[in-house]
Design a protein around this ligand. Structure first.
Ligand SMILES: [Zn+2]
Length: 52
C-alpha cells in the first residue's frame, strides 16, 4: 500500500482519487535525496565554473 496525497486538499489518502474533491491524488516524492548525487552535481558546477 502506498500513501498518496491530494494536491488540492493536501490530505493523505490511499485512494487514487480524493474523496473530498475528487481530484487525482499524487504520490509524494520520497525523501530520498542522495546527498552524494547533490554533491556531485555541485562539484560539476564548480568545475564548469573553473573552466570558464
Ligand atoms: Zn482533495
Amino acid at each position: 500500500m502506498k500513501l498518496r496525497k491530494c494536491p488540492e486538499c493536501k490530505r493523505y489518502t490511499l485512494k487514487e482519487v480524493c474523496r473530498s474533491c475528487e481530484s487525482a491524488t499524487i504520490t509524494p516524492a520520497p525523501p530520498k535525496f542522495s546527498p552524494v548525487d547533490k554533491f556531485g552535481r555541485w562539484r560539476r558546477k564548480l568545475i564548469k565554473k573553473e573552466y570558464n
